[in-house]
Design a protein around this ligand. Structure first.
Ligand SMILES: [Zn+2]
Length: 296
């Protein structure tokens, strides 16, 4: 049996504040789960985030206060936390007087990054890089992704929404992989989708999966996939955080040509006869990116 963890990067709304929407499915066999979990936990402990979420986009931001603190790198982790919090409290008090959007946004930024302020920027980059290298080394894992270029996407030529199209693609590709994996292991293999919980998405995706079970996706019936997606709290589930890292790396490659993380996680893309079949850049016509090249 295979588990497939689903997460996204960017927003499915048009235009939204990103040019791409990326939906990822990251699959491992159930008998590899303990090993994978142990690998992640070892890296988390090294960086002092044992029971914290790996939220890649927040971890890789530059934290302005850190650059203001003299010799920040030389301080102990406890001192760093103390100094950053001191700066942040002062800043919030200052913004509170004027109130408004900037205060709310700053407060949110502080909250989302508070688990990582004991690490320097280089250490945070090192953490994500180590995780990406770990993913690359997992030859038992497979990565599926639908990457939609919202600028070139024509909603009038499509029969469903961006988010629906993405889920349909991931489901179809996971089903094909299950079919091949069953042949390879010479036993019928089932697959289960596991999703980051989000109330609006949960309802839609559950309904959509029920239709896929009844009628198949646009391309294929899905006899190997069971159940509607299980919804979990991503802050408590390491493997969903790994999907988040993959989705982030792919989107940053497509939008900013940042390839260091992408090249590592892309190694796990499902391939058949050396052609990448697990990841698609859509519409992608005339595009020369690494995904489109490998998809040909
Ligand atoms: Zn492309």
């Amino acid at each position: 049996m295979l588990l497939c963890y689903i997460d996204e990067s960017g927003t499915p709304e048009i235009p939204g504040n990103t040019s791409h929407y990326v939906l990822v499915g990251f699959s491992i066999p159930v008998n590899k789960w303990k090993e994978a979990e142990q690998n992640i936990q070892t890296i988390k402990m090294k960086y002092g985030i044992n029971d914290k979420e790996i939220h890649t986009a927040w971890i890789l931001r530059k934290y302005f206060e850190q650059s203001k603190i003299h010799n920040f790198e030389l301080l102990s982790r406890e001192q760093r936390v103390y100094e950053v919090n001191k700066h942040r409290k002062t800043e919030l008090l200052k913004l509170q007087k004027t109130g408004g959007k900037q205060y709310t946004q700053t407060k949110k930024n502080y909250k989302e990054t508070s688990d990582y302020i004991h690490l320097t920027y280089d250490e945070r980059k090192g953490l994500i890089l180590e995780l990406a290298q770990m993913i690359e080394s997992w030859d038992f894992a497979r990565l599926f992704a639908e990457c939609i270029d919202k600028v070139s996407y024509d909603p009038f030529r499509s029969y469903n929404t961006i988010a629906e199209q993405a889920l349909e693609q991931i489901t179809t590709r996971f089903e094909y992989y299950l079919l091949n994996y069953s042949k390879y292991t010479q036993s019928y293999q089932y697959g289960l989708l596991i999703h980051d919980n989000n109330e609006t998405v949960a309802k839609k995706h559950t309904a959509l999966m029920k239709t896929f079970h009844e009628k198949g996706t646009f391309w294929k019936n899905i006899p190997h996939i069971i159940e509607t997606p299980l919804f979990v709290n991503s802050s408590l589930t390491n493997m969903v955080q790994i999907s988040d890292l993959c989705a982030y790396s792919i989107r940053r490659y497509l939008e900013n040509k940042e390839s260091e993380l992408f090249d590592l996680v892309f190694m796990r893309a499902d391939r058949k006869n050396n052609k990448v079949v697990g990841i698609r850049h859509f519409p992608g016509s005339g595009c020369n990116c690494k995904i489109c090249q490998a998809h040909k």
